[in-house]
Design a protein around this ligand. Sequence first.
Ligand code: AHG
Ligand code: MN
Ligand code: MN
Length: 338
Amino acid sequence: MTSQLARVITIERFILDQEELIPEATGELSNLLYDIALAAKIINSHVRMAGLADIIGSAGLINVQGEVVQKLDEFANATMKHALLRTGRVCLIGSEEDVDPVPTPPGQAAGKYVVLYDPLDGSSNIDVNVSIGTIFSVHKRLSPDGGAGVLADCLQSGRDQVAAGYVLYGSSTMMVYTTGQGVHGFTYDPSIGEFLLSHPNITTPALGKYYSVNESYFPRWDARVQSLMKCYKGLDCGYEPKTSRYIGSLVADFHRNLIAGGVFCYPADSKSPLGKLRLLYECAPLAMLCEQAGGYASDGHGPILDIVPTELHQRSPLFVGSRDDVRLAEEMLAGPRP
Ligand code: AHG
Ligand code: MN
Ligand code: MN
């Protein structure tokens, strides 16, 4: 038993060990990551009983995205805010579910970090018991220390993130994050209420076995995107055929492809010229994770991480996953528009 215990590494222990690798670390980012892990545990407890706790279904609201807000969206958003805004580590949060950034409450110390997040990703899957997730991105504030943060603190390129991660409420609940020292996965053990290290140093294959896209949009894509998808199917370009897997929860599709190799695509289309996914709290954090794991993330023409945002909820086309598969997307989209 002792030898088994010796191998148990909690996320708290792992974060501390990582902090010790950085001499100038103050421990604030470590504590921020604990705060997010705590929020994840609370959200997880409600996700796991969503069918019983009168927490499925619509909250009767429409959000800034024009989407129907699910009760679990709202609960997850409130949980993240509560876990982050009273700690003195954060000066501002930006949430998919709030029109504007939310500063620390008056009288509350404002810290040096900004957290951008999608509190519940894959909302359309909540009521049908399909995996959903939470995605987060951490930046250092640009505005002077002291007061609450400002919008400009949110509008930083993905390259400047200090941490990024997600929680996947799947067949098991996992938290996966990076602070720029590799990508590490932790599986939640409900019997002890801890995230335990289960996937240290995740790397993703250069060429993937899966491709993920909503094929129903085929008629809306320009011909270069249509040709790309035919390539992924092994048609017309001598490319090894891939298996199609798409469940409509970005975090779940991304995680499967990260572990097994694959490419997730949400291209621009005639109805959504910038695609659907949001740059700051969906594309950029997953792009940092993917590049840290040896993969690549592009908007079809260049690195997601180099895009300097101008709006909190701006959207971006996204091709993310196995490096060579994403590079093929850039090659195919570079050709002249037919
Ligand atoms: P959210 O629930 O946070 O709005 O995100 C939903 C996103 C993403 O999870 C998924 O990949 C995508 O929407 C699915 O979009 P389509 O239904 O258009 O395929
Ligand atoms: Mn989402
Ligand atoms: Mn969401």
